[in-house]
Design a protein around this ligand. Sequence first.
Ligand code: B12
Length: 281
Amino acid sequence: MTGAARVEETVGLQEAADILGVHYMTVYRYVRTGRLAATHDGHTWRVRTADLDTVRVGRGTDQPRGSARTASVAHLLDRLVAGDEAGAWRLVESALASGAEPAEVHLSLLAPAMREVGRRWRSGELDVADEHLASATTRRLIARLGPRFARPGRKRGTVIVGAVAGERHEIPVAIVADQLRGAGFHVIELGGDTPADSFVDAAQREHPLCVLISVTTGGHEDAVADTAARLRERTDAVVLVGGAAVKDERAARALGSDHWTGHDAREVVALVARLRDERRS
Ligand code: B12
């Protein structure tokens, strides 16, 4: 790669946060306050990797936070696999006490810990029982955190979110649902393995702003496309297809998605907020 090409290399905010070893919200704050230059392409923020040095140099006391987070993810993973809800919750409380928002706990602690569970399971370091125990414990933590996402007052609109028929990964659904609740939306959370007609029934009853179809593993493409097609035929809701199994915008659109946000739940929330603003204007 030439020197000029390297200067133009850009990353998203999560990747920038990972490189700097800070929370996503810290990088977001740098961008919002002008401390870090960034461009917005209508969907996501991009930051030049060369510009990361500008905040790295002046960061001083922010430095330990990244390693502290890495340590917390490792500790959390340990407690999840042990099925130790109380111990895992203490780690969550300590993150909250040091100023982490509940949304950051989801995205910077629970989600990375569960992805690491997946990696260790695939490499044979953990077995299926470990994975189930970690999942069950994570569900309990998400449930305990749930009330912290409640926002009083008038809702900004209704959103339906569920995993497609046959898809049992419901933790991503629960996390996206709470992120949307935290942003003031009324969320109908259908959980895992939701039949196409149940998505349609819920949409006909609730008249949502949009319906999010979540898919984490391959092999559910027909079910996703069928669900999206039925929603389109029988409701006027915007349909969003996403989740770890949807690799890129092309795949999302081929499955029947009206938009593409990538995999970051914060971008999903930003898109839903934009759809709501467009509907109002
Ligand atoms: C926990 C887990 C399970 C649990 C699920 C429990 C539960 N209640 O959810 C159980 C044990 C049931 C399970 C089963 C299986 N699993 Co599993 N599982 C996992 C694991 C370890 C964690 C999943 C998780 O919670 N991740 C954390 C979430 C928060 O991260 P995320 O997926 O990135 O979610 C974000 C985005 O995707 C986005 N998002 C989510 N939904 C939507 C929707 C829209 C519209 C948008 C825009 C965005 C969006 O927002 C989320 C938050 O930021 C993953 C490892 C991994 N890398 O994730 C494997 C993993 C997903 N599983 C895998 C596999 C293979 C399986 C099985 C097929 C195993 C088997 N042989 O039986 C079955 C399939 C069952 C089924 N039919 O669905 C593979 C998938 C490989 C692949 N590419 O297809 C993984 C990656 C493990 C691995 N390393 O190989 N699994």
